[in-house]
Design a protein around this ligand. Structure first.
Ligand code: NDP
Length: 255
């Protein structure tokens, strides 16, 4: 029997015709995800706060792949902007199929040193902004919608002191994801959370002072790349029968 395969390169990827919004898409994991989504055929909106030029570079890279792209300034810590970005992306491209809740901030340090401002800021960006964007996206998505949230290996395993605030915020995303899966499942919309391990970005450079210790905590003994996380996000964007699940992309940090 002869099996016939299609062309190795295709104009139509698995996400052809889909519209995606990636929060915090100007650099790091968000930028890598935006590019991977575009390579699979999606039009992509990215949000940013300070990195206007970096976000515009991502837009140009997506457009070079033949897809539509837009950069939206939207602070996830601001309730109106977090929900508004979803509306703006949907208006720009005529709907929304994939939301990637990626924007996040990390404040690590001893419990006694964390201020109320730190607590409010981290919870506003990492939890409230994700909640509001997911709520706004769910109101617009139809069957086939995908909500993919970037958690953290620190939601699964806290390997040392200093992680109270960050781990609190990222653990909340597990409950949110499971509850979204239950609530939106009947409408054919899925929700999943991806937990990166140490990934080489501005937030956590592989050459940073704590990098060697983090790499040693993984089974693979190294940092991951933003693209390695993006690959799992893109898989989930195209997966029909996966919801309410946690995916560790952490080199075995949680093993
Ligand atoms: P980076 O710091 O490299 O990039 C953060 C991105 O988020 C930037 O695009 C930034 O935009 C944007 N951003 C920051 N604050 C806000 C905000 N208030 N509103 C909207 N956008 C914002 O981070 P990473 O790529 O490393 O992290 C991405 C996600 O992965 C985060 O949720 C993080 O917690 C998580 N993660 C990262 C790990 C790592 O080791 N790197 C490990 C585990 C989880 P701008 O440039 O405009 O500031």
């Amino acid at each position: 029997m002869t099996t016939t395969y299609g062309p190795l390169t295709s104009t139509y990827g698995t996400l052809h015709g889909k519209v995606a919004l990636v929060t915090g898409g100007s650099r790091g994991i968000g930028a890598a995800t935006a590019l991977r989504l575009a390579r699979e055929g999606a039009d992509v909106a990215v949000t940013y706060v300070n990195g206007k030029e970096a976000a515009e570079e991502v837009v140009r890279a997506v457009e070079a792949l033949g897809r539509r792209a837009v950069a939206l300034r939207a602070d996830s810590a601001d309730a109106d902007e977090a929900a508004g970005a979803v509306a703006r992306a949907a208006e720009a491209f005529g709907g929304l199929d994939v939301l990637v809740n990626n924007a996040g901030v990390g404040v690590l340090g001893p419990l006694e040193g964390l201020s109320l401002t730190d607590v409010d800021r981290v919870l506003a960006v990492n939890v409230r902004g994700v909640f509001l964007a997911s709520q706004a996206a769910a109101a617009r998505m139809t069957s086939g919608g995908r909500i993919i949230t970037i958690g953290s290996c620190m939601a699964q395993r806290v390997p040392g002191p200093g992680g109270t605030l960050y781990a609190t915020s990222k653990s909340a995303l597990i409950g949110l994801t499971k509850a979204l899966a239950r609530e939106l499942g009947p409408r054919g919309i899925t929700a999943n959370v991806v937990h990166p391990g140490p990934v080489d970005t501005d937030m956590n450079p592989a050459g940073g002072p704590y990098a060697a210790g983090q790499a040693a905590m993984t089974a693979l003994g190294r940092f991951g790349t933003a693209d390695e996380v993006a690959a799992t996000v893109v898989y989930l964007a195209g997966a029909d029968y996966v919801t309410g699940a946690e995916f560790s992309v952490d080199g075995g940090h949680s093993a």
